[in-house]
Structures are given as structure tokens and as C-alpha cells.
Design a protein around this ligand. Structure first.
Ligand code: MGD
Ligand code: MGD
Ligand code: MO
Length: 666
């Protein structure tokens, strides 16, 4: 711990589910954190906090922060009563034991945990459940599973070149990603490249903040990227700009032959772009080498999301852009540290349900059904699809426990709410999934109020369960936080990271992949060491708006908050979601800006306020996820699976942006 100008300075790492995993410094005086800055000691790009980072500190001291356990008389009634930790733990422990006795099984106990804090010690939630016996838990991810599988199938693993190497690129394509909002520290490298002449192309249905910074912008029709890549490959092959090296590439001949057979005019009709835009893109790809493509998560939130990324991988490979400085396809970086995840205490007999179809699946489970639901690091009511099923599920549950920092929309539906600590109140280690910082969270201040970490909650519950019924749990509740971290850093992991232990992270965050150019040695992690080209499906159905539902509804990630974590700025948010529409499309329907409207489709309806945006295509409506006080854009979401995801994450991805709706005045 450092001391300077009367401040105690502690190191932190933003543990949210975000590309950047930003290193941070907290300045504490007289027991209160007074300021939070980026930690520029490892990299000057990190001096500034992003928009959501600025709110992290607010969340520590916000008057609405939960500081005591609460019990609600009647879910959703708002009749809350403050209770002691002993009472809270007693209610939960007795219910767990009663269910175990009634069903002769621990499967009626279910944990749903995801995005709130991915620190290593937060896997204590899973560890607590896994120490009871086989329980019901979630698998899969709403973020990026199609792309994860795509990279796994093509390259054999998920690694990316460091964002700093983008300065060597001649051409950077930001494809379905909005780093100017979702990964702002990566933008510095992109600006540096641009300043020395690198051309930046953005391909996105929305004219995003990132698109505004680009040299070229293609306003793609949502879900039509695969068709675009097929057309590019066809035309580049005709120009002789593709190099298929069978020594390094498997399936290249077949893919190229199949692509030649595709009807060019059909592809052009699907993508519906001006010929000039396509010609310009082809010219850029053929002439600007090296090319780096950053595939975002937005693009793979469609039914063909996995195939799209596989085709982009093939485009980069066949144009000779893999394994060279300034080249590459960036999606996510997840290899390189073999943490044992000892805290998680994984077991083979867990009953997994797809996180992307949680409520639907949970309701269908019998033998035994789920009766107790523990929610940590999640806000299902704000973020999930299948909202009607979620409502129905609630009435089938005997106990709902939510551990959170705020009384979220999900917590409002709980029986027991447990207050958790922030990343400034206990220790932990975290790494993200793209620039791959690995950093520490130190305890800058003691837990506020009666808040406890997820790990401490696991200890309390374990002890009480074992008092009531000895042998119920073998969770190592006697281990200290430090001992749990020691177990995650055995000598092999320390060697991989080039550190002598996690305590060294107190001196600063490190990069998991320090200098890297992905696949530079030309050897891929596939079974035969070659790059694997995908096969084309018999038919490529691109989902388009219909007469009944003439608008494509896109609900991307907002600038100011991460996902549904808006509790520190709820008062600033509009009551209903703001839905953006092109003014001409609005006028055609006699709708005016500021008016209340209803959006509807076969899955549900949504009250919204409309706002004009003349950068939108005529058949697109857009609203940022989680950005209103009431209403949830996912009321309109059918929750369709994507083509890939199961291989690496156990469940397919979620086609969050394949949503079609109609609109009328309210
Ligand atoms: N500020 C902020 N940062 C965040 C988050 C946040 O909520 N706010 N969330 C974090 C999390 S959990 C995640 S998963 C990531 C997500 O980060 P991103 O991958 O950047 O985010 P998205 O908003 O899902 O989608 C990016 C872009 O894809 C575009 N898109 C949608 N459909 C298509 C398509 O068919 N083709 C193409 N080419 N583009 C398409 C959208 O219009 C959007 O501009 O960000 C993380 N960082
Ligand atoms: N329409 C639409 N829906 C989407 C998306 C979209 O693009 N469009 N994106 C999807 C994606 S990619 C994601 S990742 C999901 C995110 O959805 P969720 O996984 O539900 O994530 P958050 O909304 O970030 O909520 C996380 C909660 O964890 C709490 N929390 C923070 N730290 C801790 C902690 O240490 N312990 C505990 N117990 N709780 C903590 C926070 O206060 C917050 O309430 O949403 C998905 N939903
Ligand atoms: Mo996500």
C-alpha cells in the first residue's frame, strides 16, 4: 500500500464484465475513499476513467446502497424489514436443509450468477453451492459464446494480438463493435494508427461514436455480415487477392469453390449496399496490408453470429493477415493462464441450465424441480429474455435470495436480500478478456455497514449448515481470503505469468500476454496445427423485417453504465425506454418526437418514448439496454439461440439483436 499527500493509495482492477479490466487507484483519507483515478503506471492510456468507471466510486457511498440484510413480506410488495445476518443465514440454511430432506437431493437449490464481479474469489458463490452436492446452475453466456466457438474451431483457441500492435496496421476494420463506448482505452491505439495514416473502417447498422471517428463507414443491414463476407471473398478471389496455402489451411479449397457457386446478385440483394461501398472495401482489403479486424460481440448476437465470425477469420487468413504485426482477427482473449479455479470447486454432476433460456428451462425441470434460487452478480429482471417465463417461475420458488449492492429490480422480487461489498472493501484478483490486464483489488476501506463479500457469505452459510446438520458442506470456510488466492496461484500459474505470486500485483497490474502477436509462429492450436475454414450451410437465411413487424429492433450497450447497473444514476434516467427512429419513418406513422408509443411483437409489448435519429436506417429502431427506470426492452425478445457457443461454454449464444417489432402511438 502506498501513502502520498496524506492519502492511502490502493490498487484496484475494475472487475466488471468488460473488455478493458482497467487498473485503478483509490485515494483514501480518514477512512473514506475521496477519489478514484486510472492507474497509468502500467500504461498511460489508462489515466482516464471511462464514463461508467466514473460512477464506480458513487456506488460505494450512494445513499441507496444496501448496508443491511433485508427480508420482504410478500415478493414485490416493498414490505421490507431489516434483519440480522444470523436471521438471514438461519432462514436460508433451514430452507436448504428442508428441501434436501424433502427431495433427497440438493438439485432443488439453484444458483444464477454472472456479470457483476468476475474476480477469482467471487467464484465462492459456485464453490458454496458445489460443496453441498450436485446443484442446479447456469452455463453459457449472453456476451460472446458464438464468437468464442468460431475462434476455437478456426484457430483452436481464443487469443488476440495486443491492441498496441494495431499501430502497425494499414487497415483496421471495427466490425460490430463500439469501443469508443465499450472499450475506450483501446481507442488510443486506434487513434495513434489513424494519425499515421491507417485507414479505419466501421461496419455497423448504427452510426456509433466509433463510426464517427472512422474514415469509412458501412451501414450494414443487421445480420447480413456473413453475406457481405461471402461477396468479399468471391470478388477478392476473382481479383487473385486470396492465397490458399494447404500447408497451413484446411478446407480452403472447398470453401472457395463453394463460394464461387453462390449467386452474386442474391448476395448483393441480401446485403443491399451501394456497389461503390463494396468496391471501396474490396480495394482497401486488397491494397492495405496488414489488416486487423476487430469483431465485436454485437455482430454475433444474431442467429448466424458464429458463421459470420468464422467467415471473417477465413477472410483474414486467406488475405495473409494472420500471425503478422498489425494483422489479426481480434475477438476475445481467454487463454494463457491456467487458473485452477479452486474456489469454484467444480464438480461433474452439476445440473446445468442454459443461462440464455434460464426461466424457460428452469420451469421445465422435474425430478426434482428447483425450489430455492440464489442470485448473485445478476439482475435478471432487467437483463434476461423470457420475461413472462421469469414471472411465472417466481411463483414456483419457495425461497429467492439476492446478493447485491443495490435493491435492483430483481432484488425487489426476492424474499431475502444480502448486502455485498464493493471491490474497495475486500481483496481479490481479476482479469478481463481483451487487453488482458491481470490486477488486484485491495481493501481500501472496511466493508460499509454490514456488507459482506460473496466469499464471506459462503463461509457464514457453510458454518451454519454444518452446525445444523454436520457434514452438509465441505466448503473450506476456515480458509482466509489470502489462502483462497494462494490456491489460485500455484507455481505453474506464476511461471505462466512471470510473477512470484498474486501479492506482486500490489505493485501494479500486468498483461497476461505482454508483447503478443497472435499465432505468430504459424502454428494453430487445432488438432492438425492448421487453420480450419468453415463449411457453408446449405442455405443462409438472413432474417428481415416482415409486414407484421417491419422494424429491426437493436438494443446495444450504453455509454454511461454497464448493462443494468444504473442504480447510482436512476434519477437521471427517463421513465420509459427511449426508442430512436428515423424522422421519416416516424412521420409516415404520424409519430412525433417525445410521444409515448407502444412497440409490440409476438413475444410482448413495451411502452417507450420516441426520439428522432436521422442517422438510422428507415427500418431500424434502437434503444439502449437497461437505460430507463421502468420497462425492459427484452419484453420483445424471443430469446433465439445462435448457431454456435455450446462447444466452449456449454450452451449456444443468444440472438439478442434478431428482434422484429411494430410501433404505434400509445
Ligand atoms: N459502456 C459500456 N461498456 C460495456 C458494457 C456496457 O453495457 N456499457 N457492457 C460490457 C459487456 S457485458 C459486453 S458483452 C461488451 C459488449 O461490447 P460491444 O461488442 O462493443 O457491444 P454491443 O453494444 O453489443 O454491440 C456493438 C455494436 O454491434 C452492432 N451490431 C448489432 N448488430 C450488428 C450486425 O448484425 N452487424 C454488425 N456489423 N454490427 C452489429 C451494434 O449496433 C453495436 O454498435 O461491452 C462491455 N463494456
Ligand atoms: N436487450 C439486451 N439485453 C442484454 C444485452 C443486450 O445487449 N441487449 N446484453 C446481455 C449481456 S452481454 C450481458 S453480459 C447481460 C448482463 O446482465 P447481468 O449479468 O444481469 O449484469 P448486470 O446488469 O451488470 O448486473 C450485475 C449485478 O451484479 C451486482 N454486483 C456487482 N458486484 C457484485 C458482487 O461483488 N457480488 C454480487 N453478489 N453482486 C454484485 C450489480 O450491482 C448488478 O446489480 O445482459 C444481457 N442482456
Ligand atoms: Mo456481456
Amino acid at each position: 500500500m502506498l501513502y502520498k499527500d496524506g492519502y492511502q493509495i490502493t490498487r484496484h482492477t475494475c472487475p466488471r464484465n468488460c473488455y478493458d479490466s482497467c487498473p485503478l487507484l483509490a485515494y483514501t483519507r480518514n477512512g473514506r475513499i475521496e477519489k478514484l483515478t486510472g492507474d497509468a503506471s502500467s500504461n498511460p492510456h489508462y489515466a482516464q476513467l471511462c464514463a461508467k468507471g466514473k460512477q464506480i466510486l458513487d456506488s460505494v457511498y450512494h445513499p441507496q446502497r444496501l448496508l443491511f440484510p433485508l427480508r420482504q413480506q410478500g415478493r414485490g410488495t416493498g414490505h421490507w424489514q431489516r434483519i440480522t445476518w444470523d436471521t438471514a443465514i438461519e432462514i436460508i440454511a433451514r430452507k436448504m436443509l428442508a428441501l434436501k430432506e424433502r427431495y433427497h437431493s440438493t438439485l432443488p437449490l439453484c444458483l444464477n450468477k454472472y456479470s457483476g464481479n468476475f474476480g477469482l474469489l467471487h467464484y465462492a458463490c459456485e464453490g458454496m453451492f458445489n460443496s453441498l452436492g450436485p446443484t442446479t446452475q447456469t452455463t453459457g453466456t449472453p456476451c460472446f459464446s458464438s464468437g468464442i466457438d468460431a475462434q476455437k474451431l478456426d484457430f483452436g483457441g481464443n487469443i488476440t494480438s495486443d491492441v498496441q500492435t494495431l499501430v502497425h496496421s494499414q487497415l483496421i476494420i471495427l466490425w460490430g463493435v463500439n469501443p469508443a463506448w465499450t472499450s475506450i482505452h483501446s481507442m488510443e491505439a486506434i487513434y495513434q494508427a489513424q494519425a499515421k495514416g491507417t485507414k479505419i473502417v466501421v461496419i455497423d447498422p448504427l452510426y456509433t461514436e466509433t463510426a464517427r471517428k472512422a474514415d469509412y463507414y458501412i451501414q450494414i443491414r443487421p445480420g447480413s455480415d456473413a453475406a457481405l463476407v461471402l461477396l468479399l471473398l468471391q470478388k477478392l478471389a476473382a481479383r487473385g487477392a486470396l492465397h490458399n496455402d494447404p500447408q497451413r489451411i484446411r478446407g480452403g479449397d472447398k470453401l472457395l469453390a463453394d463460394i464461387q457457386r453462390l449467386d452474386q446478385s442474391q448476395l448483393e440483394a441480401v446485403i443491399d449496399q451501394p456497389a461503390e461501398a463494396i468496391d471501396t472495401l474490396i480495394e482497401l482489403i486488397a491494397s492495405q496490408h496488414p489488416m486487423h479486424i476487430w469483431c465485436g460481440f454485437g455482430m454475433q448476437r444474431h442467429v448466424h453470429g458464429g458463421l459470420t465470425i468464422r467467415l471473417i477469420d477465413a477472410l483474414a487468413m486467406l488475405t495473409g493477415n494472420i500471425g503478422i504485426p498489425g494483422g489479426g482477427v481480434n475477438f476475445a482473449d481467454r487463454e494463457g493462464v491456467d487458473f485452477p479455479y479452486a474456489t469454484k470447486r467444480e464438480r461433474a454432476d452439476t445440473r446445468y441450465v442454459n443461462i440464455n433460456q434460464f426461466s424457460q428451462t428452469l420451469r421445465s425441470l422435474q425430478d426434482p424441480p428447483v425450489r430455492l434460487l440464489w442470485i448473485a452478480c445478476r439482475n435478471l429482471v432487467s437483463q434476461d429474455v423470457g420475461l413472462r417465463e421469469l414471472q411465472a417461475l417466481w411463483s414456483e420458488l419457495e425461497l429467492v435470495v439476492v446478493a447485491d449492492k443495490f435493491l435492483t429490480k430483481t432484488a425487489e422480487m426476492a424474499d431475502i436480500v444480502l448486502p455485498v461489498t464493493t471491490e474497495f472493501e475486500d481483496i481479490d484478483v481479476y482479469t478481463g478478456y481483451f487487453p488482458r490486464w491481470l490486477g488486484i483489488n485491495e481493501a481500501a476501506i472496511p466493508p460499509r455497514g454490514e456488507a459482506k463479500s460473496d466469499l464471506e457469505i459462503a463461509r457464514l452459510l457453510t458454518r451454519r449448515l454444518n452446525e445444523l446438520a454436520p457434514g452438509t458442506s465441505d466448503f473450506p470456510a476456515e480458509q482466509t481470503d489470502e489462502e483462497f488466492l494462494d490456491a489460485e496461484f500455484p507455481p505453474a500459474v506464476c511461471r505462466q505469468l512471470g510473477i512470484n505470486g498474486w501479492r506482486q500485483l500490489r505493485e501494479g497490474a500486468i498483461k497476461v500476454r505482454p508483447s503478443g502477436i497472435a499465432w505468430q509462429d504459424g502454428k494453430f492450436a487445432t488438432d492438425d496445427g492448421k487453420f480450419h475454414c468453415c463449411e457453408l450451410p446449405k442455405q443462409l437465411d438472413v432474417l428481415l423485417p416482415t409486414e407484421d413487424y417491419p422494424f429491426h429492433f437493436i438494443t446495444p450497450h450504453a455509454q454511461q453504465s454497464i448493462n443494468g447497473q444504473t442504480y447510482t444514476r436512476l434519477a437521471e434516467l427517463p421513465e420509459y425506454p427511449v426508442v430512436y427512429i428515423h424522422p421519416d419513418s416516424a412521420k409516415k406513422r404520424r409519430l412525433t418526437e417525445g410521444q409515448h408509443v407502444i412497440l409490440w411483437n409476438e413475444y410482448g409489448s413495451l411502452t417507450a418514448t420516441i426520439a428522432y435519429d436521422d442517422t438510422l436506417a428507415a427500418d431500424i429502431l434502437m434503444s439502449y439496454q437497461g437505460s430507463s427506470q421502468q420497462g425492459n426492452v427484452n419484453a420483445l425478445n424471443g430469446g433465439h439461440p445462435t448457431d454456435l457457443g455450446t462447444l466452449s461454454t456449454g450452451a449456444p449464444g443468444l440472438a439478442l439483436y434478431d428482434v422484429f417489432v411494430n410501433i404505434r402511438a400509445k
